[in-house]
Ligand binder design. Structure first.
Ligand SMILES: [Fe+2]
Ligand SMILES: [Fe+2]
Length: 434
């Protein structure tokens, strides 16, 4: 396929053809510093759901205030016309997208887009960008090209998803099938909607590799989105780990924007408590806190796998001199992973021992019958199982070097069998009755 043909089809898709009239009026008024506040309020009031959403954002904890905001005029005063514009755009795009007939899981899509938008806004304020709302809007829109391609060419895009799950790059797959990619398609759509160029430009470059000392001015939002994309925990292509090229790009962009690792961890910490509020203000479905927690945990496993792959490739490419470095790195990673997971295991063990204790007490008091020693023997098995788990964790914590620990030839699976044989699990306190 050719790009021209693809863009023509995207432009013809009715659901994507226009943004609501109210929105274009808001954009015009909000961009005009001369326009009176009441004009903006009047336009917003024409759209009931938009009015409700703006009031809800103005009252949300995100903009914490003592008194309640009950009029749109107050909301504009509290939030500023820039933020109102950002909300209006976000609400409209949510409406447009939720009407689309697409096989993309919209919950996954919104989680990713909202996270990228929120990280972008935080980066923007950290680098002192006045128009931080602009970064937020660009983040909300950044992957709209994926949905457009998927809605227009469902069969072809299904192939992109399928191959991406096997580790292919979405951009390369899109190029090979459509002769274009979601960055260019998204950018085209936004210019067709007459949105300011700053957005279409940012979206067209959101997967670019940036050069160090890239002129900042008009490239600042594209670089912010690019960095936010790499930092987002909720990803669209969940199965593909960050490629080396993306990791190298991250370093360059961080340097260009003057950010260090401490900045990034502070940004990450700020996102977690705000994410749910932001999603409910936009009425975006992102899943319950429990589902998010489960996903965060599975992400932890993915990180572990990514690390293991990095180690694997390092091992393959390393020469003999690098072995010491390799060993140090591997031990460090092992300790990080063990520290993280021992928390979960310890909780599970504590809960098992707690239950076992209740049974023991009940047995002692004669509240439970155990004529055939079934409960008694089960308790011994629980105690020994818990001892084995805690013993293994403590053994893993003591690994100081892989040179003294065996691991299977050609794999990175640690063989702890020998050291575990040396480990004498604490015997269960209860003695089996004979
Ligand atoms: Fe993205
Ligand atoms: Fe993207």
């Amino acid at each position: 396929m050719e790009e021209k043909q693809v863009l023509k089809r995207v432009a013809r898709l009715t659901q994507l053809a226009t943004l609501p009239e109210v929105l274009s009026q808001i954009l015009k008024i909000a961009d005009d510093p001369e326009s009176p506040l009441d004009d903006l309020a009047k336009v917003i009031l024409k759209d009931i759901s938009l009015t409700a959403r703006i009031l809800s954002v103005a009252n949300s904890s995100r903009h914490g205030r003592d008194s309640e905001v009950s009029s749109i005029r107050d909301a504009i005063m509290v939030l500023g016309s820039r933020t109102v514009k950002a909300i209006a755009l976000s609400v409209s795009v949510v409406n447009v997208i939720n009407r689309l007939d697409t096989q993309v899981n919209l919950q996954t899509y919104w989680k990713h887009s909202l996270e990228v938008a929120m990280i972008s806004e935080l980066i923007a304020s950290r680098v002192g960008l006045k128009e931080k709302e602009e970064a937020y809007i660009a983040g909300i829109f950044h992957d709209i090209g994926i949905l457009s391609l998927d809605a227009c060419f469902p069969r072809e895009y299904a192939r992109v998803w399928k191959d991406a799950q096997k580790g292919g790059s979405i951009l390369d797959l899109e190029e090979s099938i459509f002769g274009t990619n979601h960055c260019r398609v998204g950018s085209y759509l936004l210019s067709k909607w007459n949105l300011p160029e700053i957005f279409s430009h940012a979206i067209s470059r959101h997967h670019d590799a940036f050069k160090s000392e890239e002129p900042v001015n008009d490239q600042i939002i594209p670089q912010i989105i690019n960095l936010a994309e790499g930092l987002a925990k909720y990803r669209l292509d969940i199965n593909s780990p960050l490629e080396d090229i993306e990791l190298a790009n991250r370093k360059v962009v961080m340097k260009n924007l003057g950010l260090d690792n401490a900045d990034l961890s502070e940004i990450e910490a700020e996102i977690i408590p705000k994410f749910h509020d932001a999603a409910s203000c936009l009425e975006i479905e992102v899943g319950s806190p429990m589902e998010l927690l489960t996903e965060a945990n599975s992400r932890l496993f993915e990180v572990y796998h990514e690390m293991q792959e990095m180690l694997d490739s390092f091992k393959k490419n390393a020469n003999f001199k690098d072995h010491i470095e390799y060993d140090k790195l591997a031990v460090e990673i092992l300790h990080t992973v063990v520290a993280t997971f021992s928390h979960y295991f310890n909780n599970a063990c504590a809960s098992m021992l707690g239950r076992a204790q209740l049974i023991e007490i009940a047995l002692k008091k004669g509240e439970l019958e155990d004529n055939r020693d079934i409960l008694h023997n089960s308790l011994i098995a629980i105690h020994n199982g818990v001892n084995n788990i805690t013993g293994t964790i403590s053994e893993l914590k003591q690994v100081k070097s892989f040179k003294t620990t065996l691991y299977h030839d050609k794999t990175l699976i640690i063989d702890l069998e020998d050291s575990l044989k040396k480990y004498k699990p604490q015997k269960a306190k209860m003695k089996a009755r004979v």
